[in-house]
Design a binder for this molecule. Structure first.
Ligand code: SF4
Length: 179
């Protein structure tokens, strides 16, 4: 195991009287810099900056940052959710580290997925079945990891869209889909 213990800092950002979010940081007892290229190899939508070193990742609507000595995550609904998310992220780093001999480290900075790339393969029906007014709005949500592709039901119901669905699933695929 790489990370054996960590200290937690939780803060609250207030956006209005009713709108607030918790942000959490795990201060690590160990330098996880050597693990970041392996993590970069597994999180296809992560952005790795080797000079810092740091790795940012959008997942389930959260901005997540991995640095040598800390892991930070925002947009959490409670203190309990903050502790649980940090535990999942620490677990992810530890799993990748344990399996590093089976992984090819990736020291490159991946290009960020662009909304137009996603939009190109959506059905283009603007039918609102996904809950968004247009396919482009849905593409924005997908890129921001705020929506799941399965919300676009035509993609799964219309056999003529199978190829487009495969392209999108390829773009969005991560080798570690769940924390
Ligand atoms: S459900 Fe699919 S086709 Fe319909 S608006 Fe949303 S993204 Fe476009």
């Amino acid at each position: 195991m790489l990370i054996e213990s960590y200290d937690v800092d939780i803060s609250v950002s207030t956006h209005s009287d009713e709108e607030f979010e918790y942000e959490a940081i795990a201060h690590l007892n160990v330098d996880i810099g050597p693990a970041l290229p392996y993590l970069n190899a597994t999180l296809r939508r992560g952005i790795y900056l080797p000079n810092r070193p740091a790795l940012s990742w959008r997942h389930e609507g959260h901005n997540i940052g991995f640095w040598a000595r800390r892991i930070a995550v925002d947009n959490l609904e409670s203190r309990e959710a903050a502790y649980a998310m940090l535990e999942r992220l620490v677990g992810l780093v530890n799993r990748v580290w344990v399996q590093r001999d089976t992984l090819e480290p990736d020291p490159t900075t991946h290009k960020q997925l662009q909304p137009l790339e996603v939009h190109r393969s959506l059905p283009g029906l603007n039918c609102r079945a996904c809950g968004e007014a247009t396919c482009f709005n849905f593409a924005l949500k997908i890129v921001g990891a705020q929506a799941d592709l399965t919300r676009c039901t035509p993609l799964y119901e219309d056999e003529t869209l199978t190829e487009k669905r495969a392209v999108l699933e390829g773009l969005l695929a991560a080798k570690w889909p769940a924390l």
